[in-house]
Design a protein around this ligand. Structure first.
Ligand SMILES: CC(C)CCOP(=O)(O)OP(=O)(O)O
Ligand SMILES: [Mg+2]
Length: 240
């Protein structure tokens, strides 16, 4: 079985395949996103049960804004519903929720609700759920550069002080303790990072599965964790 001491501390997921899942069942795309919501709830439940410290999910990329307006509006309403329906669970299970991404483009009500849920769950410590909405990995790096440049401009920082760790601290990734995903999962058979956690996933173990996101359940999660445990992570060094 799974060796608990070898579990990743930070798992990131690119939840992909909702539309194809729906199409294969002659259902509307919205049904695929609804089914995706159920899969997310199950993944959070399992991650809590297994002691995963951080679960980061790619819920909506900056490129997703180009989708049909009806689908974007549906997803924005779904995100608001997810937060409202689960705030009680987050508090009961001591789940800390953080939203990363360009929130300025989100409907105001969702921006407000996200801030409230972040605030209410701030001291929760069992697991951190980081939801990337309107997120861009390149945008994350660019905003970190802007923040750092402001400090240099105001004489608070010298250029030679700009190290990898300083940049990492300025990224939107909010988990101070485990900022980098140990395991990055992408579903639906696509083998791309799609502008997700580009800096943070520099040494992440990548796991790709053909399973469409709505069908991703315990068996798929265990398969990903087994694959992770079988890999010997060298971080670029030579292991004799
Ligand atoms: C918004 C995002 C979570 C949706 C993921 O599924 P998708 O709509 O990209 O589905 P397809 O890759 O099958 O089109
Ligand atoms: Mg897709």
């Amino acid at each position: 079985g799974l060796r608990r001491e070898w579990l990743p501390r930070h798992v990131a997921v690119i939840m992909d395949g909702n539309s194809r899942w729906a199409k294969a069942r002659s259902l509307p795309t919205s049904a695929g996103h609804e089914a995706g919501y159920k899969a997310l709830r199950e993944m959070l439940r399992l991650s809590c049960a297994w002691g995963i410290r951080v679960l980061t999910v790619f819920a909506f990329s900056s490129e997703n804004w180009l989708r049909p307006k009806a689908e974007v509006d549906f997803l924005m309403m779904l995100f608001e519903r997810i937060l409202r329906e689960n705030i009680g669970n987050f508090l009961r299970e001591s789940i800390r929720v953080r939203i990363i991404g360009d929130s300025s483009k989100l409907p105001f009500a969702l921006q407000k609700l996200a801030k409230e849920v972040e605030e209410m769950s701030r001291n929760n410590s069992r697991i951190e759920l980081v939801v990337a909405v309107s997120y861009s990995g390149r945008g994350d790096i660019a905003q970190a550069c802007q923040k750092i440049s402001q400090k240099v401009k105001h004489g608070l920082l010298e250029p030679e002080e700009i190290t990898e760790s300083l940049i990492a601290q300025e990224l939107e990734t909010t988990s101070i303790e485990f900022p980098c995903p140990d395991l990055l999962i992408r579903t639906s058979g696509e083998a791309r990072l799609s502008n997700f956690l580009l800096w943070q996933s520099a040494y992440s173990e990548l796991f790709f599965t053909k399973t469409y996101w709505p069908d991703f359940g315990e068996a798929d999660y265990v398969e990903a964790l087994f694959s992770f445990q079988k890999r010997q992570r060298r971080f670029g060094q030579r292991i004799t």
